[in-house]
Design a protein around this ligand. Structure first.
Ligand SMILES: Cc1cc2nc3c(=O)[nH]c(=O)nc-3n(C[C@H](O)[C@H](O)[C@H](O)COP(=O)(O)OP(=O)(O)OC[C@H]3O[C@@H](n4cnc5c(N)ncnc54)[C@H](O)[C@@H]3O)c2cc1C
Length: 484
């Protein structure tokens, strides 16, 4: 294949929608040729997990912001649709490009796709380079002494922390422009936004783009990181960083997170801040662990990691599933979480655990049904984190919660939302309930319900199950497979 000295480099953007700390873009810039940034929409290449509805909306906002950032460089984003190999081959021909660079993805379908694209384009004589743009440590770099993947978090994270610190983030490169731009679709042609606009709550809650992500992270580090370890379990406060939607599309890289946190801590010089930073980075470590597991155990988005859970007697109850999805279970903290998710495409981690435990252990519905609903409704939907979270709660994953740990939605509510502010925000029909009964309105005296304008079964549902009975039933079922 004959190429000219000014043949462009194609940079294939995927889950790395940023200009700063983007290793593929940086390497393309250092190559010194013109750069043609490209985004390819192809739901088929996501296998069983095509991007869900909420994240499609978020992807639209994020791509729009990336386009604006590229315009600052007088560059563009070439938007195409179709099978990535055919599309890239056509683009190589149309632009006379001699190299395609991208940052690696780790989802099983993406690994398969990228391996095929890499080998076919190399056979065509195109230079292919892939980079690590979304993890602190590659999944194959971290191994136990016996060279197996880790299945327990603490030694995994210790092994990560013993390695050299992640490299410093890269600056935004300057981009050499190509002479001609190939044909591109408009962003709207991808039809990522819903036709009936249900995204108002998400629009109010989230600002897309690198500037917003950077501001969110810096504000958290300046104002809240010192209290993170105590506040992170309180859904009634703004105690977590809320950067997951940015990490999910690579608007922010974990290296940027790591170094922003470390820089702040070093500057402050206070040991308590160092502890707070370690507690926070440890959570980012859970994300690394999730990718480690997904990479080494690619069946886990649908199959339990522990085989014996394959025979668990899950129930099949569409009505119960629907009530859980809509936030109509009659358990206020569960309903608040599910409604927060529906409205803003995000849910607090503590509440994710409570609602997931409720689905799996109180309703005995398969964890996969919950994972699918989260996948469709979270703007931070992430196959690795979602799989880890659901398998952890169900007790069938790596380093999982023991099967006998059943979250009590009443005591969890009382402990982590003591004045019921979180419930009042998301379940407004309970807003006038006194603190004492906000998490268990069915136990309130009739007079208290009347004064709070609550009629159970009419204005707010009766509990879908009795938690104590459901717990016993779940423990018996889990006991069966344990001994089976
Ligand atoms: C059932 C269930 C499903 C989940 N599904 C997802 C998902 O699809 N996408 C997703 O990003 N997270 C998921 N999580 C993990 C966690 O709830 C979110 O990452 C967190 O709530 C995001 O909010 P934050 O950015 O404010 O987190 P912070 O507490 O500020 O933490 C900072 C970052 O650390 C990482 N992190 C924190 N906790 C976890 C964790 N338990 N597991 C893995 N990474 C973590 C995230 O990248 C997060 O953005 C799930 C958890 C559960 C229990």
């Amino acid at each position: 294949m004959t190429r000219e000295a000014d043949s462009p480099t194609l940079v294939w953007f995927r889950n790395d929608l940023r200009l700063r700390d983007n290793p593929a873009l940086d390497a393309a810039a250092r190559r010194g040729r013109p750069i043609t940034p490209v985004f390819i929409s192809d739901p088929d290449s996501d296998g069983d997990w095509p991007i869900g509805a909420a994240k499609r909306w978020w992807l639209h906002q994020t791509l729009s912001s990336l386009i604006t950032s590229l315009h600052r460089h007088r560059s563009r984003l070439v938007i195409l649709r179709g099978d990535p190999l055919t599309t890239l081959r056509n683009l190589v021909d149309a632009t006379n490009a001699d190299a395609v660079y991208w940052n690696r993805a780790y989802e099983p379908a993406a690994v398969k796709r990228d391996t095929a694209v890499k080998s076919a384009l190399r056979d065509d004589g195109v230079e292919i380079e892939s980079f690590n743009g979304s993890l602190l440590f590659e999944p194959w770099e971290i191994r136990t002494k016996s060279q197996t993947p880790y299945q327990v978090f603490t030694p995994f994270w210790r092994a990560c922390c013993e390695r050299p610190a992640p490299a410093l983030p890269l600056d935004e490169p300057s981009l050499t422009l190509p002479d001609h731009w190939p044909k591109s679709l408009d962003l709207d042609d991808l039809e990522l936004e819903p036709t009936i606009d249900w995204a108002d709550g998400m629009r109010q809650a989230w600002d897309a783009g690198e500037e917003a992500a950077d501001e969110r992270l810096k504000q958290f580090v300046r104002q809240s990181i010192a209290e993170y370890d105590d506040a992170r379990d309180r859904p009634d406060t703004d105690g977590t960083s809320r950067i997951s939607p940015y990490l999910a599309l690579g608007v922010l890289s974990p290296r940027q997170v790591w170094h922003t946190v470390r820089k702040h801590v070093n500057r402050s010089g206070k040991p308590d801040k160092r502890d707070a930073a370690s507690a926070y980075l440890r959570e980012v470590g859970w994300r690394e662990f999730a990718y480690h597991l997904l990479y080494h155990f690619p069946d886990t988005p649908t199959q339990p990691l522990r085989d014996k859970f394959a025979s668990f007697p899950w129930q099949d109850d569409d009505e119960a599933l629907r009530r859980w999805q809509r936030g109509r279970t009659g358990y206020p903290i569960v309903d608040a979480g599910m409604r927060q998710l529906w409205r803003i495409g995000w849910m607090h981690n503590r509440v994710r655990m409570i609602v997931a435990s409720f689905l799996v252990k109180d309703l005995l519905l398969p964890w996969q049904r919950g994972a699918e609903w989260f996948w469709d409704t979270l703007i931070d939907a992430d196959l690795a984190n979602n799989t880890l979270g659901w398998q952890w709660i169900a007790g069938c994953g790596a380093d999982a919660a023991p099967y006998f740990r059943v979250f009590n939605p009443i005591s969890q509510g009382k402990k982590f939302d003591p004045q019921g502010q979180y419930v009042r925000q998301w379940v407004p029909e309970l807003s006038e309930m006194p603190d004492r009964w906000i998490h268990n309105p069915w136990e309130a005296p009739a007079g208290e319900l009347d004064s709070a304008n609550v009629t159970l079964g009419t204005t707010y549902p009766e509990p879908i199950v009795d938690h104590a009975e459901a717990r016993e039933k779940a423990l018996a079922a889990f006991e069966d497979i344990k001994s089976g």
